[in-house]
Design a protein around this ligand. Structure first.
Ligand code: SF4
Length: 722
């Protein structure tokens, strides 16, 4: 038997790299970059090989399992789906619909079937307790987009391949290959900016892999980016503006001027740690570049002022005339366009609030930072049941130890997940979908964030066999049973369920592509895209560079952009009082913790891949040499790190790549918990940064968790405990 080449986009992260996979006898024999992929042009990262390891992983569940007193017991699919739906409906009948919550982890957005069918399942639960990884990640971006542009998914993307000035706040795209910016091979794209005479500037508390390749790196105190951005806007708005056609599309320029009037570079230099003259120069360099784009990501999103940061990043791009233009921040318009679909909500804010802390809903979800308290706090409306979909909130949400305790106390829990991990070990039942190579793939989300318009579909490489259920089949199977139990009649033969089962993800995709702007149905450019055409184009299709799209793509009434949304302007008082009021001393005099991304890591779920765990251990605490000397810490020795919520013991790396006064841990580790069945991960357990992060530290407006800038105390671990 000879190896066959199979082409598909990698769906392990946002970058969508094209892969050429060879398989023989049901096993992968090689994975390489697809040189003909119009977006990734042959690039791939080491994580791509995880597709083989995930597929072959002996720890991956191949059939449903139920937790019993004597261990996990195998169930047939129909029995498992019956058991799961009955358990969830029993909780809801006894305590109300909101007594069951649902949490969607990050891998859902990389899964075509989940993206298209999870909404149907979630609607059947009729619960307000909906959570996802959004509120430990990009929620501030979405809230700022909702208020400024009128749609939560109108997220401007840096046109990195044409810009002459790339200003990066709190992001490490060389390690991540872009986030909310699908850009495989970022190190090449960054090198290309410099090669064409452009400039790359990184503002970050750590000299990251991206900063190492940039023209300039500026250290900034964690959590103060909003002050720095305000001061840059202050400088820019004092000069001549070149808004161009954006002048007619924007409201609120005077209010923005008022908001930044007092934010002089001299005033913010102290708290940010950035000299006033550097701030002025950064602003002037940006404003005078032939084209420029400012991009803020995780460090500016997962912090106390995340939504302010995203507002100010957008505002900086707008007032310098760099929104919706070549080389600036642009809005992709993909072949299958979630923004154009009526079924995808524009967004909503504050329609309901969380029971205990009163945090507002956004887009139909509550911040996951309230999940544990909603389970642990007695009273009417307490959460007693949960469904997790490809999520591991014990390791990925703040105060993970508390989440761990909360999940252990539930009456009933179902997980749709291929592993028994730190979260799913609490489930009564685990329903495992097939591996990524056993399902077809079209990226429903990340074409919307890509730096170049492409489309790509791949069928499954391997047949998962008759004793497997795809994610969408699991979700639909649960939905149908829950509806049947709630309505008291069998809904199997209703039009809705017959249609959904017959359609499946591929027909839904086909309809979406035909109706899209490159589809067979609409006006030029008449590419005539259908799923069949995509299936035949094994390397994907090149649909061209990003093109301007305003004002058509705006969703606010009057098709304008709000430069100064009132709730954002009002939130500035909280910012100033934190750094100039009582909050100053409590944060400036303490060490603060930030996260860290590595090319071989992807959240919590790829630590069971042997290839990715080889080499020097990555879960160490980065400490600046002067802090290490002051605290008596030595490289390789262990430190105790304490926060308000917990403590961890972790090896130290002394390095001047981290700013003085700041320490850093990667996230996604902490695998040594009883009952976890991840053989490789438990050999490399590390510690969970979220045993230190604080569920009470939030961006107040969005409710997004603040992982960046957590106050901690660090000391050398006592030798007698080693
Ligand atoms: S960067 Fe790596 S993990 Fe991400 S899509 Fe590309 S190959 Fe896959």
């Amino acid at each position: 038997m000879t190896a066959e080449a199979h082409f598909r986009a990698c769906n392990l992260c946002e970058a969508m790299c094209g892969l050429r996979i060879e398989a023989e006898g049901g096993r992968v024999t090689s994975i390489r970059g697809d040189d003909e992929d119009p977006l990734s042009r042959g690039y791939l990262c080491p994580k791509a090989f995880a597709l083989k390891d995930l597929h072959e992983d002996p720890d991956r569940l191949r059939h449903p399992v139920r937790r019993t007193k004597s261990g996990w017991e195998r169930l047939a699919w129909d029995d498992a789906l019956d058991f799961a739906s009955r358990g969830l409906v029993d909780v809801q009948k006894a305590h109300g619909n909101d007594a069951v919550g649902v949490y969607l982890g990050n891998p859902n957005v990389h899964n075509t079937g989940s993206m298209l069918f999870a909404p149907t399942f979630i609607r059947t639960l009729r619960t307000k307790n909906r959570f996802s990884a959004t509120s430990v990640d990009q929620l501030p971006h979405m809230l700022a987009a909702y208020w400024m542009f009128g749609h939560q998914f109108l997220l401007p993307v840096p046109d990195v391949d044409r810009t002459q000035h790339f200003l990066i706040f709190g992001a490490n795209p060389v390690a991540s290959n872009g986030s909310l910016m699908t850009a495989p091979g970022m190190r090449h794209r960054i090198d290309a900016i410099r090669a064409r005479g452009g400039r790359v500037v990184v503002v970050d508390p750590r000299r990251t892999e991206t900063a190492e390749r940039a023209d300039e790196h500026v250290f900034v105190r964690p959590g103060t980016d909003a002050l720095l951005l305000l001061a840059m806007l202050h400088v820019v708005l004092q000069g001549e503006l070149a808004l161009g056609r954006l002048g007619e599309l924007t409201d609120g320029l005077d209010a923005l001027r008022d908001a930044v009037r007092e934010a002089t570079p001299a005033r913010v230099a102290g708290p940010t740690g950035v000299p006033a003259e550097t701030i002025t120069r950064l602003a002037n360099d940006f404003a005078s570049a032939p084209s420029a784009v400012c991009y803020g990501r995780v460090g500016t999103s997962t912090q106390l002022f995340g939504t302010l940061c995203q507002w100010l990043v957008n505002a900086l791009n707008i007032v310098t005339g760099n929104l919706d233009r070549e080389g600036g921040a642009m809005f992709p318009k993909p072949a299958l366009d979630p923004v154009a679909l009526k079924q995808v909500g524009k967004g909503s804010y504050g329609r309901w609030k969380s029971r205990v802390r009163g945090l507002p809903e956004f887009g139909g979800e509550l911040p996951v930072a309230v999940l544990a308290e909603e389970i642990l706090t007695e009273g009417e409306g307490r959460l007693r049941g949960m469904v997790t979909l490809a999520g591991n909130p014990v390791l990925s949400t703040p105060n993970g130890a508390q989440v761990d305790r909360a999940l252990a106390s539930l009456d009933f829990m179902v997980s749709i997940d291929p592993y028994i991990n730190e979260t799913t070990r609490h489930a009564n039942l685990i329903l495992p979908p097939p591996s990524p190579l056993e399902r077809p793939h079209y990226d429903v989300v990340f074409h919307l964030l890509a730096v170049h318009e492409t489309a790509r579909f791949a069928p499954a490489l391997f047949d998962p066999g008759p004793d497997a259920r795809h994610d969408w089949q699991i979700l639909l199977g649960l939905a149908r049973r829950i509806d049947t139990l709630k309505l008291g009649r069998d809904v199997r033969r209703t039009l809705k369920y017959r249609a959904l089962e017959r359609l499946g993800p591929e027909r839904v995709l086909d309809v979406g592509l035909r109706l899209g702007r490159f589809g067979a149905r609409l006006r030029p450019p008449r590419v005539g895209l259908t799923l069949a055409k995509l299936r035949a184009a094994v390397h994907g299709v090149d649909l061209g560079p990003l093109t301007p799209s305003l004002p058509e793509r705006l969703f606010r009434r009057g098709k304008t952009i709000d430069l100064a949304p009132p709730l954002l302007v009002a939130d500035l008082a909280r910012l100033w009082s934190t750094f100039e009021g009582d909050g100053t001393a409590s944060t400036r005099d303490r060490l603060v913790l930030i996260g860290r991304r590595h090319l071989r890591d992807n959240n919590s779920w790829m630590h069971n891949v042997p290839q990715l765990m080889r080499g020097t251990p990555r879960c160490t605490l980065f400490v600046h040499p002067e802090d290490a000397a002051r605290l008596g810490l030595a490289g390789g020795a262990e430190a105790i790190v304490r926060s308000r919520v917990g403590e961890v013991r972790v090896p130290v790396t002394v390095t001047d790549e981290i700013m003085r006064g700041v320490v850093s841990l990667p996230h996604g580790y902490g695998h040594r918990r009883p009952g976890v069945k991840l053989a490789v991960a438990t050999e490399h357990p590390g510690v969970s940064v979220n045993d230190l992060t604080d569920d009470q530290m939030l961006d107040t407006l969005s409710g997004n968790a603040a992982f960046s800038g957590v106050p901690v105390d660090v000391c050398a671990a006592p030798r007698d405990a080693e």
